[in-house]
Design a protein around this ligand. Sequence first.
Ligand SMILES: Nc1nc2c(ncn2[C@@H]2O[C@H](COP(=O)(O)OP(=O)(O)OP(=O)(O)O)[C@@H](O)[C@H]2O)c(=O)[nH]1
Ligand SMILES: [K+]
Ligand SMILES: [Mg+2]
Length: 491
Amino acid sequence: MKRKLRHDGVLITREQPADVLHAVPACLNCPHSANDSPATNRKRKTVPTPSALRTQPLEPIFALATGTARAAIAVMRVSGTGSDAILRRLLGTLPAPRKASLRRLWRDAVHRTDALDDALVLWLPGPANYTGEDSFELHLHAGPAIVSAVASALVEAGARPAEPGEFTRRAFLHGRIDLTEAEGIADLIEAETEAQRKQALAQSEGRLGTLYRGWADRLRNVLARQEALIDFPDEDLPPEVEAALLTETAALRDEISAHLADGERGERIRRGLTIAIVGPPNAGKSTLLNHLAERQAAIVSPVAGTTRDAIEIVTMLAGVRVTLVDTAGLRETTDPIEAEGVKRAMFHVEHADCVVQMFFAEAAPDHLLPGALPVCNKIDLAPAPFTIEDVPVLGISLRDETGLAALQENLERRVRELTASGSIAPPLTRARHRAAAMVAHEHLKAALAVDWPEMRGEELRLAMRALGRLTGEVGVEDLLDTVFGQFCIGK
Ligand SMILES: Nc1nc2c(ncn2[C@@H]2O[C@H](COP(=O)(O)OP(=O)(O)OP(=O)(O)O)[C@@H](O)[C@H]2O)c(=O)[nH]1
Ligand SMILES: [K+]
Ligand SMILES: [Mg+2]
């Protein structure tokens, strides 16, 4: 809807988002009236999706949900408008919905041509299923010839092979899940560690989406009040209306700011941590890497400058995926290859989540790298200094295996500190969330900094849009390929 707004003779024309109108509080004096709307109390599973995206009948697609590994059973999934006709063609008649039944599959059941397999069949009519549209599953004997015969029968019946993530994309398009839940499902499939699994499960169940939608609902309420102030500037709106909306805007700004200041915990759990081992040549860095990896991953020798390239191994610490990086010994060198190794080591110092600064007594540094854990090796030869720059030094001997349990505990504590959520609130888990939350935060700050009602309204609207992009309610057409392209085929 186009509207013209007047302020000191300035005319502003703008779009009015339809959803703002629904949220106009019944009673402007009561700050809670709009919070009690069904939208706020709504149980999840009716996630609003942009109507422009909700393309109606979607052609049937199919994919093997169980992958191509050798197995006893292969699950073929089919979803889309016309799934019922396809299933009837394969079986003759539709089985009872949501009940497993053992049925003979035919290329064409009416003419009894080409028996394909005896399969367990699940007919899952929409909308109460994963994708929100008519779907079925065929639990086949997993022979490659059976799978490919069934695939070709499905193509003949009018289905096409699914793109990666297309089933989940449809679940999003039909409002079964929001974008954060879709991302949670992708992470759940990829999860390798306990920490990843727990975080992804919470996100796929909507904990992050609920947080973001809660903010959006509150902001919609604020925006409705702001609209009222714009539209009725001369009427007798009580001054509390403006005061209340400013208070609520500031509260939202602070909550989003706290969410952003989570030290990247959620992102770290998702992608794992990097710990770099750095220090002078012959400190025993490669020996430590091998000890932590429990295998001879790196060459160890008494020759200073043995390690040239950075060597990465993946291990698990405190339930978190950790990449350990062994680096070239740091020293001045004229050897161009070693110099390149030192350059790479410094890169890892800068980019690692945690640095183990390793040395031996004679080569103890005067300064510590920022945030580094100082470890003095070879205490079988000479004792370790107690502290460096007031930070206690961990003394170990990799040869005698002393101090290694303490080192392990120390590293695990660091990992927990870097990943444990400070509060019970779900952490953001992707750069996409961080970017959108930052935009929302900026606009809320700007809204509080301006006095013009129209300008404040505009900032609030832009903040609202950023929050809408988080869950996928507005302006996400450009994001969908990126989000769903990360899935495997069949999900
Ligand atoms: N005495 C003693 N020797 C050790 C200990 N730990 C490692 N070494 C020896 O120290 C030498 C150097 O070990 P490396 O692990 O290759 O040292 P590095 O820091 O990786 O060395 P560069 O790759 O050359 O930078 C090897 O001969 C190891 O066997 C220890 O605790 N005590
Ligand atoms: K060495
Ligand atoms: Mg080495």
